[in-house]
Design a protein around this ligand. Structure first.
Ligand code: DX5
Ligand code: ZN
Length: 232
């Protein structure tokens, strides 16, 4: 699938609930992936942490590459790593469909985003809660996906930062209709509807899925809340 086809697939499947694999049971990875597929997930979100850009260390391209042939779900890699340019090719080779780098980690993101697009992958830019949208505004034509972090990148299970709603609204106005707007951090039944109303397309969810025993029910509930017109 080329980049345009991936973007189209993502757009046609909105709202997209993307399980954050950080919280999955790695001792039973195959089974977890099967359960997520049965739950109707279309996208797996892979949180890559390097113990440098963020304090934690998670997993890298080698693991993603081994898992890639086991499922047809799209792979959305969220690189929370310093110097992403150094490792970009590994994530391309691993078969990630979307690759998102942090604006705070990239001095000049343009060549990196162009490399991702040249490899026919979806190019994403992420920004932490403390980073203004002004930081990504010059690059909106270079991206297919904008990821608004609604918690500080680095840990699962944090509380959603309410100011993220306004940021999502502003982000939606900033980017084109074709660009996927994604949110990550503290997404659950209490927060997802407001994010959807702000124009979000893709919702990353860790705890809200993996802390539940029935993934299908959890994904269905999030999907329903993200699909409904929002009222306070
Ligand atoms: C945070 C990660 C998230 C996180 C989401 O740095 O990018 O993807 O795992 O987990 P929850 O949904 O539990 O906040
Ligand atoms: Zn993430």
């Amino acid at each position: 699938m080329n980049r345009t086809e991936v973007v189209q697939r993502l757009r046609s499947q909105r709202p997209i609930i993307a399980p954050s694999m950080l919280k999955c049971d790695f001792a039973n990875l195959n089974q977890e992936i099967e359960r997520l597929a049965e739950a109707g997930s279309q996208v797996l979100h892979w949180d890559v942490m390097d113990g440098n850009f963020v304090p934690n260390l998670s997993y890298g391209a080698m693991l993603i590459e081994r898992v890639r042939p086991t499922t047809e779900m799209l792979f959305d890699a969220h690189l929370m790593i310093a110097d992403p340019g150094k490792y970009l090719d590994e994530y391309i080779k691993a078969g990630c469909d979307a690759i998102t780098i942090h604006i705070e980690a990239a001095q000049d993101p343009v060549p990196l985003l162009r490399r991702i697009r040249a490899a026919e992958r979806v190019a994403g830019l992420a920004l932490n809660p403390g980073t203004s949208l002004d930081a990504v505004a010059p690059f909106v034509d270079e991206i297919d996906l904008l990821l608004i972090m609604s918690v500080q990148a680095g840990f699962g299970g944090q509380s959603f930062i309410p100011a993220s709603i306004e940021k999502l609204q502003a982000a939606r106005r900033l980017i084109s209709r074709e660009t996927i707007l994604s949110v990550d951090g503290g997404i659950g039944s209490k927060t997802i509807a407001a994010c959807a109303a702000a124009g979000t397309d893709l919702f990353v969810a860790g705890s809200a899925i993996f802390d539940k025993s029935d993934y299908k029910l959890a994904v269905a509930e999030l999907n329903q809340l993200a699909s409904r017109p929002f009222s306070t």
